[in-house]
Design a protein around this ligand. Structure first.
Ligand SMILES: Cc1cc2nc3c(=O)[nH]c(=O)nc-3n(C[C@H](O)[C@H](O)[C@H](O)COP(=O)(O)O)c2cc1C
Length: 293
């Protein structure tokens, strides 16, 4: 396999996902139920929108709500978050690791006051890809938060707090010990080169943390078949980002709704063919790992 760019974690993860094969357990299978209990709500699907930004996130939220899906949203001001929440969609706000902690604390406060379901931080976006310098994202200075700072943000929030970017057993245990509700396993579109694919490391993390942490798999979820593989290997939910961008651009809320419904249908197709009656009965032994790097 020749990568377009050496160490491109997006390509590596795609290759890994496609190498996972699924065995059939169709005999006697029953119609599957994808109801997903999360943050005090029941969603129709465990496929969420990824923390995106610089897009029409209000239409994204409307589409997700119509599809019975939870929304996560990325960088953006409080006004945008307010507009997303006014759609009635259940949303998790992912806050950037700003160098100025007032930016972080004020966003946590706004999210709480305006009905967000959860908050989080994409700690994987604090430093640059090719050096150890702090990132500047659309003109805003980032900083890698210390453990003490992360703990402060988690404690400052009355909402469940998710750490985006944890991608190892060690990080997941740290997040649990800091008091996070869950982690979003992500390399943020290859911000880390040669990153272990999230779905590859999932079973180890699940084994280490049991059900103390909610595990959300992010990155490269193009179909409900991808989602099934992540769920079977231990994720509670998955996020879909780039795969929703063309439907959003072309058909707005309706495009997002149909794309999420289609992916949920594919997830159901895989569930029935593996004899999986609901999300609580996902069984990792249906997945055959045919490639180890
Ligand atoms: C246009 C765009 C904007 C993004 N903005 C954010 C953001 O503000 N915060 C964040 O945590 N992740 C952001 N991400 C990363 C996504 O949440 C996700 O980690 C990444 O796209 C991998 O998932 P995917 O392969 O399903 O797109 C962004 C991704 C894209 C494509």
């Amino acid at each position: 396999m020749i990568y377009e760019a050496r160490g491109d974690s997006v390509q590596i993860a795609r290759m890994y996902m496609d190498s996972l094969l699924v065995e059939s357990r169709i005999v006697g299978a029953v119609r599957p139920d994808t109801a997903f209990r999360f943050l005090g709500e029941t969603f129709e699907t465990p496929i969420m929108t990824a923390a995106l930004s610089h897009l029409d996130l209000v239409s994204m939220a409307e589409g997700a709500k119509q599809a019975g899906a939870c929304v996560s949203i990325g960088m953006g001001g409080n006004e945008e978050l307010g507009a997303v929440l006014s759609t009635g969609a259940k949303a998790m706000k992912i806050i950037k690791p700003y160098a100025d902690e007032r930016e972080i604390l004020s966003r946590i406060e706004y999210a709480e006051a305006n009905g967000a379901a959860a908050v989080g931080m994409d700690v994987e976006h604090a430093v640059n890809v090719d050096d150890a310098e702090d990132s500047v994202v659309v003109g805003l200075q980032m900083k890698q938060p210390t453990l003490a700072e992360l703990e402060k943000y988690i404690r400052a929030s009355k909402l469940p707090f998710f750490i985006k970017g944890a991608l190892s057993v060690k990080d997941a245990i740290r997040c649990r010990d800091l008091g996070a509700a869950g982690v979003i396993l992500s390399h943020h579109n290859g911000l880390m080169r040669y990153a272990v694919p999230p779905v590859m490391i999932l079973p180890e993390i699940r084994k280490a943390v049991g059900h103390d942490l909610i595990l959300i798999a992010d990155g490269g979820m193009e179909t409900g078949f991808d989602a099934f593989k992540a769920l079977a290997r231990g994720a509670d939910a998955v996020t879909m980002g780039k795969a929703l961008m063309a439907p959003l651009r072309e058909n707005g809320a309706e495009g997002v709704r149909e794309a999420l419904r289609k992916a949920t249908g594919q997830l159901q197709a895989m569930m029935i063919r593996t004899g999986t009656k609901d999300l609580k009965h996902m069984d990792p032994s249906v997945i055959h790992e045919t490639l180890r790097f």
